[in-house]
Design a protein around this ligand. Structure first.
Ligand code: ADP
Length: 251
């Protein structure tokens, strides 16, 4: 279980990106964040990974307590939290396998252990590639792969970390709709199989409807909707997307 208690974030330039927000995410839930650009979705995900420290409130994780209580707690939280980014942040000149192995580095603490990693790590990385259907591409350079394949490598890298939590910031935004759906289906399936708690920001409402156990709609840093995917009717969508005067996005 993951809990945000009155978490708020105001950046040093004075932008109040997230108003005091409390959310409890049960273990294994696939939670989708919806909202127009600038709604605070990335800020919320960055707070959850401790990349930014909220200006108010606290984040607690089952078995760990507050992630901000000490540097050690934050490191442990990050070790058990996989990140997936829109631009996947792969190293293009490295092979798919080497990129996935980077997901194991945190488990060993220091850069000293980067290469060669123990055999068990290489096996785990190969298994992660197999789970996203890319075992046969293990030795290809990452930059030779298609966008969908690169994002699958990003997912495999996060999974090689054996995470309890996955945070994904618009993971399929740069893919065409059909590929995006398949890639998200892979992420969803693996999270289900492993009981991983996932918090995923999306801008495709259909994907939220298809995969989310629960949806949170954010506008101007505030929760305006919280419910199941089946409750995501047109009135709610209007509330989420038309309430934002600056960046209207297609629903
Ligand atoms: P979303 O992910 O929903 O598009 P963000 O969390 O990126 O929203 O942004 C929320 C608000 O915070 C926006 O007004 C944005 O301009 C602002 N913001 C985001 N990151 C920073 C930053 N590093 N410094 C200052 N303002 C920021």
């Amino acid at each position: 279980m993951l809990q945000l208690q009155n978490v708020a974030m105001t950046y040093p330039n004075g932008v109040a990106a997230l108003m005091p927000t409390s959310i409890t995410v049960p273990k294994g839930q696939f939670l989708v964040l919806l909202g127009p650009s600038g709604a605070g979705k990335s800020t919320l995900l960055r707070c959850l990974n401790g990349l930014v420290k909220p200006t108010r409130g606290d984040i607690t994780v089952e078995g760990l307590g507050s992630i901000f209580q000490s540097g050690r707690a934050l490191r442990e939280h990050r070790r058990q939290t996989g990140m997936i980014f829109q631009q996947h942040h792969l190293i293009g000149r490295l092979s798919a396998l080497q990129n996935v192995l980077l997901g194991r580095v945190g488990a060993h603490g220091t850069l000293r252990s980067l290469f060669p990693l123990p055999r068990a790590d290489r096996l785990l990385a190969l298994q992660s590639l197999e789970r996203v259907g890319l075992l046969d591409r293990a030795l290809n350079r990452a930059d030779e792969l298609s966008g969908g394949q690169q994002q699958r490598i990003g997912i495999a890298r996060a999974m090689a970390q054996r995470p309890k939590i996955v945070l994904a910031d618009e993971p399929v935004a740069s893919l065409d709709p059909a590929t995006g759906e398949k890639v998200l289906a892979d992420l969803h399936r693996i999270c289900r199989e492993d009981g991983i708690t996932a918090i995923v920001s999306l801008h495709q409402v259909e994907l939220a409807r298809r995969f989310a156990d629960r949806v949170i709609g954010l506008v101007h840093g505030r929760i305006v909707f919280e419910g199941t995917a089946s409750q995501l009717g047109q009135t709610i969508l209007d509330q989420i997307y038309t309430a934002a005067p600056l960046h209207m996005e297609a629903a």
